[in-house]
Design a protein around this ligand. Structure first.
Ligand SMILES: [Mn+2]
Length: 606
């Protein structure tokens, strides 16, 4: 009974305390709600939360996927000049950006032409397989590593992401933080020293706890100490050491003892009052004082989430992709690891966004217009995985297959540039001087100054008209242009053999046919000396059955054939009705690979 009496006696004060506590909690809950409304408003204004830590919004590139206009491998003057001239025309008559490209090195003759008319060489493009840059990269922003774990988690939750990229001020990638890292940090209950270890800023602590700083510098950082809840004075004395972070409520003794024990920071929960005497004591003892509307349980649950992501992010051996990486290689890597998101870096190592496996579905094949060729063996590597939109050519219709319908224009003229000259007229586009110069040079080069059997009256007429626009005397200009090849300084056998080199496929036989055009006999003799010992090696290197080098003398209008391949002496003797012996034959009147060299061989071999 006594016990009951006591209980009865004590009932009222307990009830009172509970009542008071409930009221306080109700008030606190309301404050938290108010605070979060404020936070949302601030976030919307882009001033708070993870959004405030975004380094730089990702710019949306304007028209990032141009059409490439490209000639054959080992490009000659026609391939380069036609790519430039057709891209220029397409840019006048369409809204899509067209860029000229080249599938190989520029010959001396072509360099002379470009220099003469002040035109830059197209950029090199030797592989058109899809790359990382051809898929839709998710422009996820990069974040400042000082962002708190809580802000990172909120951003991931709101944006349905499981990884964020942390970048440095210069835009390079610093690390990755994943939901898993946050979960690990959160669940590691025993690492109560994490705030100090992670050098957490008071600002992060204030954001996380939605708190106010009563004493201390919000710009400062937590340097050390463990987090404890200050319950009774007795337990506090045995638990708390100098530098610790102590969570307390409104108990005067607890607040006092925390400071006495050398706490570096006191977090006062449920927005409890802190008497001025305590604040003064805290100031004198260099103890920061923060109030939070959260109760002790909630505050101790989330306080460690104030630590900056910098401390937890993965920064070593990050798996990143370059924009130029071929997609099939990226897919292999993606299949071999368990990550979901992969950061993408540009050529300067700057972070540009992330990709996941899902992005691979939205692949944009590179768009191509092929000029001056239609054989697959001459087309740029990877063309099968690109989208060919058009082919403009003047060669035999060859082996190239396309996946869809294309605009295929093939005319039996001496030069692709002559077809382009027509197309400028058809589209009513005035030809500027530099384009006229390039088209003229291409015609002169392909028709060997109208002497090649491939030259038609139309080529001659077009070329003369273009010369008029360019302000050039055809004969004088051609002499200078062809002489550019006669400068052999610094040239190697390999370079001579592969500058103008094409592969032809006759059934299962592969023939490589290269041509060198020279004006003087001295040049021809020198070139023969340089290349004749290297033909068989060149044939093997390219995996060919036959290799023929046409050493053409422009002035004599004749060609010495140098060749390697089983039984070629007989084949060549029969094909051109000449004496062919020891890999050598002179064919007078031969200047054209297309019209004179290839057709008889095709009949005999194919
Ligand atoms: Mn051509």
């Amino acid at each position: 009974m006594l016990y009951n009496e006591n209980e009865q006696q004590f009932e009222n004060p307990l009830d009172e305390i509970e009542e008071g506590y409930r009221a306080k909690m109700k008030e606190a809950t309301q404050k938290i709600k108010d605070a979060s409304v404020q936070t949302e408003t601030k976030t919307a204004a882009g001033k708070d939360g993870a959004a405030g830590h975004i380094r730089k919004a990702m710019p949306a590139k304007k028209n990032p996927r141009p059409v490439f206009v490209i000639g054959h491998k080992n490009p000659d003057t026609d391939s380069i000049c036609s790519a430039i001239s057709y891209a220029w025309l397409k840019n006048q008559i369409t809204d899509t950006e067209h860029l000229p490209k080249r599938a190989g090195n520029i010959s001396r003759e072509t360099q002379f032409v470009l220099d003469h008319f002040g035109v830059e060489a197209p950029e090199l493009l030797t592989d058109v397989r899809p790359q990382i840059r051809d898929i839709d990269i998710r422009k996820a922003p990069g974040f400042d590593g000082h962002m708190s774990m809580r802000e990172a988690w909120e951003y991931m939750r709101d944006n349905v992401l499981d990884t964020l990229c942390v970048t440095k001020e210069d835009g390079s990638l610093e690390g990755l933080i994943a939901v898993k890292d946050i979960a690990d940090a959160y669940l590691d209950l025993f690492d109560t020293a994490i705030l100090g270890k992670a050098h957490t800023s008071y600002q992060n602590l204030l954001n996380t706890l939605e708190g106010k700083m009563l004493v201390g510098d919000p710009m400062g950082h937590i340097q050390r100490g463990r987090v404890h809840v200050g319950t009774s004075p007795e337990t506090m004395i045995s638990l708390i050491s100098e530098g610790d972070i102590v969570l307390v409520t409104n108990r005067y003794e607890a607040q006092m003892i925390a400071i006495d024990l050398g706490a570096s920071c006191m977090i006062v929960c449920v927005d409890s009052e802190v008497p001025e005497r305590i604040l003064e004591k805290a100031r004198q003892s260099n103890c920061a004082v923060i109030t939070t509307p959260y109760d002790t349980f909630a505050a101790s649950r989330i306080v460690s989430m104030a630590a900056p992501v910098k401390h937890f992010m993965k920064k070593d051996r990050l798996l990143t992709f370059d924009l130029d990486l071929p997609l099939d290689e990226a897919m292999k890597v993606m299949a071999s690891v368990r990550h979901r998101y992969f950061p993408v870096l540009d050529e300067n190592g700057q972070y540009v966004g992330v990709i996941s496996r899902r992005n691979l579905l939205g692949m944009h094949r590179k768009k191509l217009i092929l000029v001056d060729h239609n054989e697959k063996s001459q087309a740029v590597d990877g063309f099968q995985e690109a989208r060919i939109l058009e082919i403009i050519d003047h060669h035999r219709v060859g082996s190239l297959e396309t996946s869809g319908p294309v605009y295929f224009r093939n005319e039996p003229l001496g030069c692709t540039a002559s077809i382009l000259y027509k197309m400028y007229k058809e589209n009513d586009v005035e030809i500027p001087r530099h384009i006229a110069g390039l088209l003229m040079s291409a015609i002169l080069s392909d028709t060997l100054l109208f002497r090649s059997p491939t030259c038609t009256p139309f080529d001659t007429k077009a070329c003369k008209e273009l010369a008029g626009i360019a302000g050039e005397d055809v004969n004088e200009y051609a002499e200078k242009m062809f002489s550019a090849s006669d400068d052999l300084t610094g040239r190697t056998a390999d370079d001579l053999l592969f500058t103008d080199f094409k592969i032809f496929e006759f059934g299962d036989k592969r023939l490589g046919a290269a041509q060198g055009l020279f004006m003087s006999r001295a040049s021809c003799r020198q070139v023969e000396e340089m290349v004749s010992g290297c033909l068989d090696e060149a044939r093997e290197k390219k995996g060919l059955n036959m290799f023929i080098y046409m050493l053409t003398n422009m002035r004599d209008q004749s060609t010495r054939l140098l060749y390697a391949g089983d039984g070629l002496d007989e084949v060549i003797g029969e094909a051109y009705h000449v004496e062919a012996r020891d890999g050598k034959a002179d064919v007078s009147g031969m200047v054209s690979r297309k019209k004179q060299l290839i057709p008889p061989l095709q009949q005999l071999i194919g």
